[in-house]
Design a protein around this ligand. Structure first.
Ligand code: BG6
Length: 479
């Protein structure tokens, strides 16, 4: 349904996500003149605020979480904001909310980030107040369930009020510039695609490492764990972008059709192909940090680290392992994808110094955005003892190539697409279900085998078994 919304309704408007990401993203878009003059933003949450106090609240959040040079004057942005308090667990307040939203001229976009228990009542409330009909679309923030069954319940509830073309499931990794650049790298260049397959690629590694621990999300995280928090969504989306066939165009249906084929082709993980861990006290960047059990205040079997050897069972990827790992309290924050190519079939160079290392493409997603291809080159010299070779990096350093472009928050792109109605970077229901299907089977396997997380020291790369998982195949994790 094509319309650009002139009203945006933000649920959870006083929450952490709103303060750190949503309000700053909207303010940045406003400062750059990227949102329509007409756009009005209505915030809603339980807190008892009015328009004036919400604007003050928003100003404080912007001053705290946004670099000054991106804020603009803030005044025009703050003037767009209005507020209606709401207890979303009952229908009562929704009529007042609808009144506050008023009658948009072109359409309404809703951003829903709420506790899973409030999904159904919120949808029912929106429906009853006429906030789900016609030109209304809805963005849904995770967690959308804890397994396939509960995600189906949520998806069914949303589908009862919104058609799929009006549902925008958010995976904020898809809003990251470098993640989108992966598509440009693969499909806007001729030289990679012919070798992007099992004939030339030995294996793929995807690492999402974080230095943070539990932060303030004790209850959510302990019920979730790394597999559901990071692999089910972000890492599987990265994997599907790496592995998918070329879509016919960069449009929502074409891109998502190809991604879902990859997700459905994931082989069921076998015993011994996963490792889980939970951090104990240690040090990160020279600072002592407590263990997960200490932060939590009790013992727990929740994994804060997971490593998986995955396989995409199709013609292109037959026999190519995808090693995935993610963890909290790792030595550094890094998200990267490593494409490890196979060795050359035959070396024409003899001599000790002429050993050729296989090419490797490293796509850095964060904190640095860069792409490096390791190539073999001749070491300069007269080669009296034979030619010498060395692996050298060919850098496509994004910051240098695009000086002057500032780093955007992933939500800037996603909020704009939500307002304008472009679903390409949002997750379709069949993708979510394929993701859960694979994840549920892993969890069932853990239960069957009685697998509990091994401990690792905060500031390390996870339990030693994770290193062994790759090393058994002669593979070293890229660090
Ligand atoms: C969220 C997870 O989806 O992604 C968090 O719930 C995690 O646990 C976060 O910290 C990581 O996002 P980013 O953009 O900082 O890599």
């Amino acid at each position: 349904m094509s319309f650009t919304a002139d009203r945006l309704l933000l649920f959870g408007a006083t929450g952490d996500l709103s303060q750190r990401m949503l309000l700053p993203s909207l303010c940045a878009l406003d400062a750059e003149g990227l949102v329509d003059e007409k756009l009005e933003i209505v915030g809603t949450a339980r807190s008892d605020l009015d328009d004036h106090s919400f604007r003050n609240f928003a100003r404080e959040a912007l001053e705290k979480f946004m670099p000054a040079n991106r804020r603009g004057s803030m005044a025009t942005f703050l003037n767009r904001l209005r507020y209606q308090s709401l207890d979303a667990s009952t229908l009562e307040g929704f009529d007042a909310l609808a009144k506050k939203v008023g009658q948009p001229e072109d359409g309404l976009a809703i951003f829903l980030s709420t506790a899973p228990s409030l999904f159904e009542p919120t949808i029912a409330g929106l429906h009853s107040a006429g906030l789900a009909d016609g030109n209304v679309r809805i963005g849904l923030e995770k967690p959308l369930g804890t397994d396939l069954a509960s995600s189906c319940v949520i998806n069914d509830a949303v589908a009862s009020a919104f058609s799929e073309d009006r549902i925008f499931r958010i995976d904020h990794y898809l809003g990251k510039e470098t993640v989108q650049n992966l598509l440009a790298l693969r499909f806007a260049n001729i030289m990679l695609e012919p070798i992007w397959n099992a004939n030339y690629i030995d294996h793929v590694q995807i690492t999402v490492a974080e230095t943070v621990g539990l932060e303030s999300r004790v209850a959510y995280y302990d019920d979730s764990g790394a597999l559901r928090d990071m692999v089910q969504n972000h890492m599987l989306q990265l994997l599907s972008l790496v592995a998918m066939e070329p879509p016919t165009s960069f449009d929502a249906t074409a891109v998502r059709d190809e991604k879902v084929k990859v997700l459905r082709a994931l082989r069921k993980v076998a015993e011994g192909e996963t490792v889980t861990g939970q951090y104990r006290s240690g040090a990160i960047g020279g600072e002592a940090v407590p263990g997960y059990d200490e932060e939590l205040g009790k013992d727990s079997d929740t994994e804060t680290f997971v490593a998986i050897k995955a396989h995409v069972e199709n013609w292109r990827w037959k026999g190519v392992p995808f090693y995935l790992r993610t963890g909290k309290r790792m030595p550094k924050r890094t998200t990267e994808i490593v494409i490890q190519f196979r060795p050359i079939p035959h070396s024409i160079f003899g001599g000790k110094g002429a050993k050729s290392e296989p090419n490797r493409l490293v796509i850095g997603i964060q904190p640095e955005e860069n792409i490096t291809l390791r190539m073999m080159a001749k070491v300069p010299g007269l080669d009296r003892d034979g030619i010498r070779l060395r692996s050298v990096p060919l850098d496509i350093a994004m910051p240098d190539a695009f000086v002057g472009q500032h780093k955007r928050i992933a939500y800037e792109r996603l909020l704009l697409d939500l307002v304008e109605g472009d679903q390409t970077l949002f997750v379709r229901r069949d993708e979510v279900e394929a993701q859960w299907d694979w994840i549920d089977a892993i969890r069932a396997g853990w239960e069957e085998q009685g697998l509990t997380p091994k401990t690792y020291t905060a500031g390390s790369w996870g339990p030693s078994a994770a290193i062994a998982l790759a090393e058994r195949d002669g593979v070293t994790w890229h660090e």
